[in-house]
Design a protein around this ligand. Structure first.
Ligand code: NDP
Length: 298
């Protein structure tokens, strides 16, 4: 018997997360506190332009101030680091995001590590990565955080479930595996050198696909009733132009899975919602760290 999977609606859930953020931002505004996110975009990569535009629009929508820094493609690494040093030192800036990928002449790690960990709303700085692995209370990468919220809403308690993460990148696969482990899942990470990836996947109650290969995972990879989170965003050509598809073959997987995220409208909107949630968390932590000024006596 074929199952018609339930659609996990990331658009609707992200609207709920954004409502939570908006409410908190309004409560802070009453105290004259205005969280701000600095977004640094280098060059004119069309996909990055779209991502940044969406992030800025959503920030405005929830009342978070955004400060846009558009830098030319040929800017030097030194100049980028100087800008980051200024943003780190500016108390009115709570979150810093540098849109990736960077031009080839700029070292990505040098830039990521130059962001103050407490303002690192992408959660890519070593301090935050290490803290995540150790189960600490740190800023966690937005896409995996969004995926976890989708999973909690879909499955409830994740304890004891077997999760297979396909992909081991620093921005999705690895932090996703850490978060699932923290949620007491049994976690397997599948990558390009894994032997018989489909067989490993068929053991999973939860499959998180972050590969970057259009529609690679179909029904044959899935155990009946598995929950599928498709992180992939791939642009494929069609007769009338192009369309976006995930790493999962949605039609095929839907006949076996119990629940599945669509592309678009699944993980994508959750990523932006968690970026803004992280900005709020960063701003709260910075306020908590600020030295308390006592009234002078006498
Ligand atoms: P990367 O290219 O950095 O990583 C891809 C991973 O997939 C690698 O670990 C690679 O293995 C693995 N892989 C490649 N081929 C296979 C294969 N045949 N079998 C098993 N594993 C394989 O990609 P990202 O993690 O950055 O992104 C993945 C996808 O998610 C992309 O489509 C991207 O656009 C999308 N994305 C979506 C976001 C959202 O908000 N929805 C946010 C970020 C990314 P190995 O390490 O061995 O090379």
């Amino acid at each position: 018997m074929s199952i018609q999977a339930r659609v996990i609606d990331g658009k609707a859930l992200s609207a709920q997360v954004l409502d939570e953020v908006r409410e908190d931002v309004h409560a802070l505004a009453v105290q004259h506190i205005y969280p701000a996110l600095a977004v640094v975009l280098i060059g004119q990569d069309p996909a990055s332009e779209v991502y940044v535009r969406n992030k800025l629009l959503r920030a405005k929508d929830v009342g978070i101030r955004s400060l846009e820094h558009r830098l030319p493609q040929d800017i030097s690494q030194q100049q980028v680091l100087q800008l980051l040093a200024r943003l780190n030192a500016d108390p009115s800036v709570n979150g810093i995001l540098v849109q990736l990928p960077l031009p080839a002449h700029i070292n990505e790690q040098a830039v990521i590590q130059a962001i103050a960990p407490i303002k690192d709303v992408d959660g890519f700085h070593r301090e935050n990565v290490g803290g995540l692995v150790q189960g600490g209370d740190v800023l966690t990468p937005c896409t995996p955080s969004g995926c976890m919220r989708l999973l909690y809403e879909t499955c409830g308690d994740l304890s004891g479930l077997h999760a297979v993460v396909i992909g081991r990148s620093n921005i999705v696969g690895k932090p996703m595996a850490s978060l699932l482990l923290q949620a007491n899942c049994t976690v397997s990470v599948v990558h390009s050198r894994s032997v018989d990836a489909p067989a490993l996947c068929r053991m999973a109650d939860i499959v998180v696909a972050a590969v970057g290969k259009p529609q690679m995972i179909d029904a044959c990879w899935l155990k009946p009733g598995a929950v599928v989170i498709d992180v992939g965003i791939n642009r494929i050509a069609t007769a009338s132009g192009h369309r976006l598809v995930g790493d999962v073959d949605y039609e095929s997987a839907s006949s076996v899975a119990s629940a599945i995220t669509p592309v678009p409208g699944g993980v994508g909107p959750m990523t932006i919602a968690y970026l803004l949630k992280n900005t709020l968390i960063a701003s709260e932590r910075q306020r908590a760290q600020r030295p308390i000024s006592y009234p002078t006596v006498g």
